[in-house]
Design a protein around this ligand. Structure first.
Ligand code: PMP
Length: 367
């Protein structure tokens, strides 16, 4: 009954973002009466049996799909990726030490600024040009400090639509990556990283849980003179359950990852996502007099695709008319302007096809 009344549109938003329909439908079923317990999954105790199984399954799915090696901890935390901007240096950046940061966008810059509230942090590269970021640096352009305690990058820059495809080589210095808008769209070699973190609200589920994947030697090296609730070692020891976990967000992540597995895991996601991005970039490139992609080709993100139209007025019209055609979430970030299309895992290839048709029609009408 509810289904017949429901009208879902195509949501290209950057996060919170579209979710796989089967993951939502499963939540709808589990919401009033979880597996015959008579209460919803959101009402179960974080220490009870029903939730414990969900917690373990979510963690197990992450380990399996991302092929996380045994010597890494998987932590579920709160506070979002920005929380990690602070919690990471609190744990790993001690007095008389320095951390390296590569500045490739707004979030990467905020991560550096937050680290400087804790200790010493150095800018190892910065690709800002005239207030915008249109590429990520090559490894040769990055001035790594061989004595840094860690080296931080944002692997996908959600606002400016740039992405690292090859991870930089930091030698013995542990590479730490904000993968908020990059995680789980393709396989990555986790062993290349000391730590990976991501807010869940893009490829993993809904806001409320932040995933931290961190090598055990870094966990045990963590500072002990910080509040216990922020210590990676304490969270690992308590299986991310020393206080009330964001149970519903973790439950949703379980549903989303189960769907990813059903689709064939990350190799299947990669194929699907690369095809979607190619379709969209082709639509931009085929019409260079009307659509302009500011990002350099080698840095073009597969997850967040940004482009401009000839005027801001046309951009506003594009967004409004797209919405009339059931396509929402297309307005660029307020600091960057233009159009941004986020193509996370749950976006169906068919939806990109419909957006591309709309783009072609709009250009021939307005161009
Ligand atoms: N890093 C990146 C790459 C992001 O895209 C975002 C949010 N869009 C953040 C950090 C901030 O995340 P949160 O809101 O979870 O703190």
């Amino acid at each position: 009954m509810l289904r017949a009344m429901t009208h879902r549109v195509m949501n290209f938003a950057p996060g919170p973002a579209t979710l796989p329909l089967p993951a939502l439908e499963r939540a709808q079923r589990d919401l009033l009466d979880y597996q015959g317990t008579g209460i919803s999954i959101a009402e179960h105790s974080h220490r009870g049996k029903a939730y414990a199984a969900v917690h373990a399954e979510a963690k197990g799915l992450l380990r399996e799909l991302l092929a996380i090696p045994e010597d890494y901890e998987v932590l579920f935390m709160q506070g979002g990726a920005r929380g990690q901007f602070a919690i990471l240096p609190m744990n790993l950046l001690g007095p008389k030490q320095s951390a390296d940061y590569v500045v490739t966008g707004t979030w990467a810059k905020k991560a550096l600024e937050e680290a400087r509230n804790v200790g010493e942090a150095r800018e190892a590269a910065n690709t800002e040009k005239e207030g915008a970021f249109t590429r990520v640096p090559t490894n040769a352009e990055i001035d790594w400090d061989p004595n840094a305690v860690y080296a931080h990058i944002a692997t996908n820059n959600t606002i400016f639509g740039t992405q690292f495809f090859e991870m930089p080589d930091t030698g013995k210095v542990p590479l730490v990556a904000d993968m908020s808008s990059d995680i789980a769209w393709r396989p990555v070699d986790v062993s290349r990283f000391g730590m990976i973190y991501a807010g869940a609200q893009k490829n993993l589920g809904i806001p409320g849980v932040t995933v931290v994947i961190v090598r055990r030697d870094l966990v045990s090296r963590g500072r002990k003179d910080i509040p216990d609730i922020f210590r990676y070692a304490s969270i690992a020891k308590g299986d991310s359950l020393q206080n009330t976990a964001p149970t519903f967000a973790i439950y949703m992540m379980r549903n989303v990852l189960d769907w990813v597995r059903d689709q064939g895991g990350l190799p299947a996601m990669e194929k699907r996502n690369r095809n979607k991005a190619e379709l969209l970039y082709s639509a931009i490139d085929e019409n260079p007099d009307f659509y302009r992609g500011p990002v350099e080709e080698a840095s073009r993100s597969v997850m967040n695709i940004v482009f401009r139209l000839p005027s801001e007025e046309l951009e506003a019209r594009f967004v409004a008319e797209a919405a009339e055609n059931d396509m929402v979430g297309l307005k660029g970030h307020r600091s960057a302007g233009g159009i941004r299309v986020s193509l996370y895992n749950a976006i169906e290839p068919e939806q990109v096809g419909r957006l591309v048709t709309f783009m072609q029609e709009f250009a021939s009408r307005a161009g």
